[in-house]
Design a protein around this ligand. Structure first.
Ligand code: MN
Length: 233
């Protein structure tokens, strides 16, 4: 039988769902920049600016099963690979111009993610006023753990969020410190793009971002969600 495609298309990126046999297929990965005040400060900014967004390709996801340790390669070109622990929101239905008051009904569930960043390259691009893609949207830049359906995820809006590297605390805060909360983020994001089921939103990282090197093991947590463990090869 003739194929419809001139080459074999890549497999759909998908994430396991806690308590479900079916997996969550990934459409897009949106990320919010500077969404915790203390992180904005450590990056040289202050105050509540309008939220801004960037994207990673869906196949930047490194899907790590509960209880396992995933592996990422140390990426090319950088000498300053940073960790950013983040709460990830998984969208469950399509919508545009969603109001914050209605936003929670668009959420399928939540997961723990890492927005891995080639900080040196991102900073070069910032200085030159160029896009962040090379700093943010590279292969294996979005490790993510299993998705917990919203009804079973507990009070994620007030959950503790933390990252340890080799057992030492690097980041520790609470999701309640988001500058733009989950509902407000969905309102802003859906004004600019039509959200689709399968869209992931990395909601931003608290303070404490720093470099990792080959051999490091990262353990990220958001209370109520499966722990995300990743080793840098
Ligand atoms: Mn981030």
């Amino acid at each position: 039988m003739a194929s419809e495609y001139v080459f074999t298309p890549p497999p759909m990126v998908s994430i396991p769902v806690v308590g479900e046999a079916a997996r969550y297929p990934v459409h897009r990965i949106y990320c919010v920049g500077r969404n915790y005040e203390e992180h904005a400060k450590e990056m040289g900014f202050t105050g509540r600016e309008p939220p801004f967004f960037f994207l990673k390709p869906a196949d930047a996801a490194v899907v790590v099963n509960e209880g396992e340790t995933g592996t990422i390669a140390y990426p090319s070109l950088t000498r300053n690979l940073h960790h950013e622990i983040e709460l990830v929101v998984a969208i469950g239905k399509a919508g545009t111009n969603i109001k914050a008051a209605d936003a929670l009904q668009y959420i399928y569930g939540y997961a723990v993610g890492l927005d891995m960043t080639r900080r040196d390259l991102q900073n070069d691009m910032k200085k030159q006023g160029r896009p962040w893609c090379i700093g943010k949207a590279f292969e294996q830049s979005a490790p993510i753990g299993p998705i917990v359906p919203a009804a079973k995820a507990g009070d994620v809006a007030n959950a503790e969020i933390s990252l340890q590297v080799n057992g030492i605390d690097r980041q520790r805060s609470t999701v309640s410190k988001l500058i733009w909360n989950i509902a407000e983020t969905i309102e802003h994001l859906s004004a600019a793009w039509e959200l689709q089921p399968g869209d992931l939103i990395f909601t931003g990282t608290p303070e404490g971002v720093a470099a990792v090197v080959a051999g490091d093991t990262l353990v990220g947590k958001v209370a109520g969600l499966p722990t995300l463990s990743v080793k840098v090869a």
